[in-house]
Design a binder for this molecule. Sequence first.
Ligand code: XMP
Length: 326
Amino acid sequence: TWTTHNVVDEQIALIKAQVGTKRAICGLSGGVDSAVAAALVQKAIGSQLTCVYVDHGLMRQGETEQVEKDFVAATGVKLKVVDAQERFLSALKGVSDPEEKRKIIGREFIRVFEQAQAEIVAEAGEHGESVDFLVQGTLYPDVVESGGGTGTANIKSHHNVGGLPEDLQFQLVEPLRKLFKDEVRMVGQELGLPEEIVQRQPFPGPGLGIRIVGEVTKERLDLLREADAIAREELTAAGLDREIWQCPVVLLADVRSVGVQGDGRTYGHPIVLRPVSSEDAMTADWSRLPYEVLAKISTRITNEVRDVNRVVLDVTSKPPGTIEWE
Ligand code: XMP
């Protein structure tokens, strides 16, 4: 029978058998999936695991600090933080197509992991075991939507499945591959991870890179980060965090509309709010948020974020719309 206890025991045995005395790295994104995968693998192989947090510059406000502080405090895991902002930004330069963005981000993640792998080996000296394994928090829905690793996305290439390069040097360890999000949360609880991590709303590995419709630039990222921080702050203040599954905040960077602010004409960008409720992200419905909360978010974003003169609400279920815009 399915119990989280059994899943944990079974996965620990499988991970031990797979990794043996070799070493592994695990990409941490700050989200639930990678945190639970890392905690599970750490339980199985202890200090043979090093976690790698890639700061790709596509993160939301405060995210990097949170991983550095909370996750390490909760697990005592070995953590390597890599500043890869320049690398990701230049790889994404001039790219607007969503699938292309996803593939580039997936590829750059792996390049950074390879670099980390080389550094860990060098630090350990000649007697260190090689780093052969890459741990990923891939879930069942990621596999399904990415076309099961067939190379052709059914819906979109999740960065850690369909977005992997063909010449991948790592063997993958994916202990959550058969699980849905609510099951992953239960496993995290069983492993003793704190509520702040286990109950976090989902956030995609490619981060804000797939929430800018159009080319990703530093300036646009900064702008979106500000809008996103306001939306999150207000949703939290209204006590809605547990009620909604997640709320992507999207910048329509290639769209402009006319506005009036102060006594002048503006020609700025719209921000889309995409609050959804869901059980497993395979289907979703748009959240009926209180008008007062929406009004507050809209007023603050248009007042505080330069170049944004319009806030719109996405009232599409999934299907037909996916949760993310790209
Ligand atoms: P969609 O947009 O496919 O999203 O309805 C379903 C869920 O998956 C998240 N998502 C991703 N997570 N890498 C991830 O780690 C990705 O490439 C990716 N794409 C979407 C999305 O935020 C939602 O929770």
